[in-house]
Every structure is written in C-alpha cells, then in structure tokens.
Design a protein around this ligand. Sequence first.
Ligand code: AMP
Length: 284
Amino acid sequence: MTDTMRIALPNKGRLEQPATELLRQAGFRFERTERSLAVPVRDAPIELLFVRTNDVAELVSDGVAELGITGLDLTREDNARVGTVAELGFGRCRLVAAVPDEVPITSIEDFEGLRIATSHPNTVAEFFGDKDIGITTVPLSGSVEVAPKLGIADAVVDLVSSGSTMLVNGLRPITTLLESQAILIEQEAAERSPTATRVVTMINAAMAARNRSYVVMNAPRTAVADIEAIIPGIEAPTVVPLTHDSMVAIHSVVESSDVWHVLPRLKDAGASGILVLPVQQVIA
Ligand code: AMP
C-alpha cells in the first residue's frame, strides 16, 4: 500500500450526500467535481474514491481502500470480508418480505414454494434456507415491488424506509429480514494504519456531535444551583463570571433531543440570553 490512505464512498444514490456531509463535518476538505473518481483531501495523505455503492465493500475487502462507507445490507449480501467500524445513523432501512394484499398469507412459513423477487438474493436464500422453507429467488436490480404485478414473482423482499412504496404497490409486509443503516467499514482482520486511526477518531467525533447542542446563557449567581440541576450535561457546566457581579454565564453541552424540554425550565429558573449552538465535533 502507498502512503496515501483511501476511503471508498458512494458516488451517487441515497448514501452519497449524507456520507460526503459526514466527512466534511469530520473536518475533511475536498473539492469534488461531477465525474471525479479519486479526490485528494486537502492537507492530509488521504484520497476519496467515489464508486458505486455496491462496489464499496469489495474495494475495502480487497484492500484497494482501507476504509469505506456503505449499507450494512450490501456487506451482508456480498458476504464481504469487512468489519464494521461504526454505525453511522443514516441510510436506515429494513429488508422486508411482503406479499400482494389479496394473497392470504400471514406467516413466513406460508412462503414455501413461492418465487421471491429481490435485489438481495443471497440474504433471502440464507434467511429462508436457515428456516428450511423452500423458495425460489428472482434476482432483480431495481423495481422489485412491481414484480408480482408483472407475474414474474409471488412475493418480494425489498428495502423499505417508510413503507409507503410497498403500500402504493399493494404489498403487505409479513416480516423483517434485516435492519440496515450506513456503516463505516474496514478490511476484516487488517491492522489499522495511523492515518485510518485518525480518520476513525474524526468520524466518531462528528457522529458524537450530531446529537449534541451547545447551550450558552446568562443567569443570576443565585440561580446557578437550580440551573445545574436542570441541565443534563455530558459534564458539569462551565460557569464564567461576568463584569456585572451578580451575574454569570453558563455554558453546557446537552443532548439535542433534550433542548426542547430544557429551554422553558431554564427560563423559569432565571436564565436569559439563551443561545443554542450546533456542535461540530466531540472528542471525549
Ligand atoms: P443506492 O442504490 O446507491 O441509492 O443505495 C442503496 C442503499 O441505500 C441500500 O443498499 C441501503 O443501504 C440504503 N437505503 C436506505 N433506505 C433505502 C430505501 N428505502 N430503499 C433502498 N435503499 C435504501
């Protein structure tokens, strides 16, 4: 391997934008033009390889790229020799088995003998094989949900996020085979290079920041104990004296999901000039 460390990323599709955004939030600066395959990261010995989402796992397992971002469902389908470094919280979806509304099937055992259209034939074969249910897969790369209408399959196993596409196509979900999301991957059993170790730290720092907000406020000194009790901070809040003797500034990091509940209580406790700011990275 050369001194430059490579990260394989989706060049289009659902995972492209959130993956690119995460890298930028992690502090990587790069300029990507529409058709560029290999993009250097400014001021770091890193090259971003923009490839088809389906190819990311293979490039990582072959060692062409040391790290990659792809969907968990795809690494399972390819049985790729990769390890999960981090779950990234976007690209969440489920691989669901469904039948046309009018088919009187209620359980997975009723799939015996059915033809199942899917873009995940290996995962489907393994799932039903484990349960000793005999099915035939009809591999399709897209538009899986229309296969029953076309008469080429009796059921489908497809990725859903909200489930509305299935509903629109008259399909009724029976069971979930797999819960998926985007993951950061590396080659199985490979030793992580120092550059990759730093990349992993930075991505984890950006991930940790995503659920956090920085809250700054002024308050009378007498209210500090009450306010400290309200703020469910990662650590104790920072209390800074102000030129006005009786007042202090209080800074704290809080879970973004708590902000909604916490703000009115802070006001009631005497806080004023409350600012809620985004957090870029958190390194514990
Ligand atoms: P792409 O085909 O490049 O858009 O990427 C497909 C990948 O996005 C899948 O393998 C999943 O990991 C992920 N994904 C997330 N939600 C969905 C969804 N509702 N349908 C299909 N893929 C999804």
